[in-house]
Design a protein around this ligand. Structure first.
Ligand SMILES: [Zn+2]
Length: 319
């Protein structure tokens, strides 16, 4: 009997993990607050924003990107209908998220991690709203408050959903505190398979010792904010990835932008002016050639862009 390859759920249905291809592991299509959207007409003009996202993603597709992972948590405005529209129009696979951002929503306070995990498990096993689209990954986040009691509850809820469904976890961290270190410790405590975890935004750091410490846990790290020059310039990010490749860590890094075609954090014109390369095509257009120029082999580049995403989404054992 031929071996059945693992599948991953996308906006357009399940695909073989071997068909993921070149994958941007941490992106967003639309980030727009649902409270504002449902109370202020025109808060975001989706009719205008979906074609913009299609045009932007098509530029990455022309440069070889075949899959992106949208990591917009529910409480940052996950918009499954816009994700579906963009995926349909571009033909780019979009792996959809479940999970909650680090912000302390009042409704969450009276509920425990088991209860919160039920929403994630529902999205993964049954699908999101009435679309039939199943979430393929669990997003969670720790920011400037760090892994405090509230945040640990969210990490535990993510761990419960991961253990129950076999879906991988991808995170947001800040470099200004030890949140990556504390996330790893929490995941160990909660029985998470760290080989199915991407600790995100590690590329905001160029501290090789710190990065190696996190890598020593067997997780992937996200070198995933290319184009956010204000946080760290591209050449420093490239050099950090190259240094880690030369130390043998290509098998544990994924490369992405954390870009958003639309986000409501800042004025869009401001973003275009101050972060013009913060878009889906920067990695294939500029970063991969820069890595090659820094002496990184095509094999290592393919490992980071194709093989590692496939491994993240390959369920193991009894899952
Ligand atoms: Zn993000």
């Amino acid at each position: 009997m031929s071996q059945v390859m693992p599948q991953v759920e996308t906006a357009l249905g399940p695909i073989d993990v071997n068909d993921i291809g070149m994958c941007l592991m941490h992106e967003h299509i639309i980030i727009a607050d649902w409270d504002m959207r449902s109370n202020y007409e025109g808060y975001v003009d989706i009719e205008k924003e979906v074609p913009k996202a299609v045009a932007s993603l098509n530029k990455a597709k022309e440069r070889g990107v075949s899959t992106i992972v949208d990591l917009t948590p529910v409480n940052l405005g996950r918009d499954i209908h816009s994700i579906l529209a963009v995926s349909k129009a571009t033909g780019v696979n979009v792996i959809c998220p479940t999970g909650f951002y680090w912000t302390e929503e009042p409704w969450m306070h009276g509920w425990d991690s088991d209860y919160l995990s039920n929403y994630m498990i529902k999205d993964i096993n049954e699908g999101i709203l009435d679309t039939g689209i199943k979430a393929g990954i669990i997003k969670c986040a720790s920011d400037h408050p760090g892994v405090d009691d509230f945040n640990k509850k969210l990490l535990q809820a993510s761990a419960i959903a991961h253990r129950e469904t076999g879906a991988p976890i991808s995170t947001h961290t800040t470099v200004s505190n030890s949140s990556a270190r504390d996330q790893v410790a929490a995941f160990k405590e909660f029985g998470v398979d760290l080989s199915r975890v991407v600790i995100g935004h590690m590329g905001d750091s160029s501290d090789i010792d710190y990065l190696e410490e996190i890598l020593s846990n067997g997780c992937f790290i996200g070198m995933d904010r290319f184009g956010l020059e204000a946080f760290l310039p591209t050449d420093v990010r490239v050099q950090t990835v190259a240094t880690l490749c030369n130390k043998g860590y290509a098998g544990q890094m994924v490369v992405s932008h954390d870009a958003c075609s639309f986000q409501d954090f800042f004025d869009g014109e401001y973003v275009e002016k101050f972060a013009p390369n913060w878009c889906y095509e920067h990695v294939p257009r500029d970063v991969l050639p820069a890595l090659a120029a820094a002496g990184i082999s095509q094999t290592d580049i393919d490992t980071m862009m194709i093989d590692n995403p496939r491994k993240v989404f390959s369920k193991k054992g009894s899952y």
